[in-house]
Design a protein around this ligand. Structure first.
Ligand code: NAD
Ligand code: MG
Length: 416
């Protein structure tokens, strides 16, 4: 029987539970990762509350998400899109939704670092995500990192800021989330101290795993974006097809786990069931497996160290039947070696690599560059701009801009 005292206790507990709801900002809410995050969040209204959502341009999608998730703020990243901003305000007003609409890069920084926010999902694609993601880190938030480009560009600065602010950095990239889960819970940034021999980063091999050099010269953006196992944004889909995604992930692993390049190995595993592995000195190899569904790493990071339902189907090993492995082919996929080269060169080299890749991928998607043109542009930029030491955001953004200018020139030269 409920006594008044017990009911009050229940109300207090419920109140505490309500107060404990994590307030979440999602940068890049309209993207593939953003939408998967909102899918998981919607399954747990008792745990999460959406504080702010951002999008670059798709204001109709953003309006729909705001009406569904009722955030306090919605940010249109592209401040120049005044028609889009006005339309978003109209759509929200029509729906009687009192979400405040902000615009521009500074607004992204604001929703990432607002004192009311507990956790930030960094799911903007590319270099554009660096300033707000770094702002979330500096504000000591729980940062769920999907935007690998931010860490590739600014590795040392990013990790130093994590250390300084006490931010909790949790990897969303499925491989890094798998590595995180396979490392000891008290991992302290030293592979040797924890008896780890190497990290095995799995790669699906992408849609062109079995294509010849001649075939690669003719592939189209539509073919590159048709990934065999994952449904993702267009930029990362092209990166997966060129293997640059794995290159960026090697650099990402270097910084997340303080792992030297020699300790990170790439294994092509076409089924994308094993999301990565950690080998220990005693010969044990620990791995994390699951269906290729980003809601698993997202739910893991959202609730960490607890586990919550993510809407992901059970792994059906009988249906999968077989797991295959092969070494990567750096002849057909030179992006992998370019990433190792940039990682070893250090300083600004990874930022150059990333910027050149972003320009080359955009040109390929626009039909201005062939698929083999992507590594050609990146190699030219790495060769022509010397790697310098970098220690602040302004310097990194400058290098990014310089690399983009040169990459555009190389794209134009290759098109002639
Ligand atoms: P996407 O293209 O589907 O979405 C990108 C989001 O970023 C959108 O909300 C878009 O509005 C926003 N955006 C784009 N350009 C912007 C700009 N200039 N300024 C501000 N916002 C901008 O991409 P995605 O597949 O969701 O990937 C997002 C990030 O997560 C990438 O860094 C990607 O490498 C990483 N990631 C994605 C997956 C996946 O399965 N999709 C897996 C691992 C890592
Ligand atoms: Mg990945």
């Amino acid at each position: 029987m409920d006594t008044p005292g017990r009911m009050m206790q229940q109300q207090i507990q419920q109140g505490q539970k309500m107060q404990q709801r994590q307030k979440l900002t999602i940068l890049g809410a309209t993207g593939s990762i953003g939408m998967s995050t909102l899918d998981v969040v919607a399954r747990h209204p008792d745990r999460f509350e959406v504080f702010a959502l951002s999008a670059h341009a798709r204001v109709d999608d953003l309006a729909r998400l705001c009406i569904l998730h009722r955030p306090r703020y919605a940010v249109v990243a592209n401040a120049g899109d005044s028609a889009g901003i006005a339309r978003l305000r109209d759509l929200l007003a029509q729906a009687g939704q009192d979400t405040e609409v902000l615009a521009g890069e500074q607004a992204l920084v604001e929703i990432a670092s607002n004192p009311a926010v507990d956790a930030v999902m960094a799911a903007i694609v590319g270099a554009a995500g660096l300033p707000p993601t770094l702002a979330a880190v500096r504000a000591g938030k729980r940062v769920l990192l999907a935007n690998k480009e931010a860490l590739v560009m600014a590795g040392p600065l990013f990790m130093a800021e994590v250390e300084k602010s006490g931010a909790v950095l949790l990897p969303i990239d499925s491989e890094h989330n798998a590595i995180f889960q396979s490392l000891p819970a008290d991992y302290d940034g030293s592979l040797t101290r924890k008896g780890v021999r190497r990290i095995l980063l799995t790669a699906s091999g992408g849609p062109f795993r079995q294509s010849s050099q001649e075939e690669l010269a003719r592939v189209t953006p539509a073919q590159a974006c048709a990934h065999p196992n994952w449904v993702m944004g267009r930029k990362i889909s092209v990166d997966s097809a060129s293997m640059m995604n794995k290159g960026l992930e090697i650099i990402e692993a270097r910084w997340l786990f303080n792992a030297p390049a020699e300790a990170i190995e790439v294994v092509v595993h076409p089924q994308s069931v094993i999301h990565s592995l950690v080998e220990y000195v005693d010969g044990s190899v620990l791995a994390q497996l699951g269906n290729p569904d980003m809601r698993t790493p997202i739910a893991h990071a959202l609730a960490y160290p607890e586990r919550i339902e993510a809407g992901v189907a059970s792994l059906d090993l009988f249906r999968i039947g077989q797991l295959d492995f092969e070494p990567p082919d750096s002849q057909r996929f030179p992006c992998l070696d370019l990433a190792y080269q940039a990682l070893r060169a250090g300083g600004s080299a990874p930022a150059l690599l990333n910027a050149a890749n972003e320009v080359a991928v955009a040109a390929f998607l626009d039909g201005r560059l062939t698929f083999p043109g992507i590594p050609a542009v990146i190699a030219a930029v790495l060769d022509e701009i010397p790697a310098l030491a970098l220690d602040d955001l302004a310097g990194i953004l400058q290098v990014d801009a310089q690399a983009r200018r040169l990459a555009q020139q190389r794209v134009a030269a290759l098109a002639r």
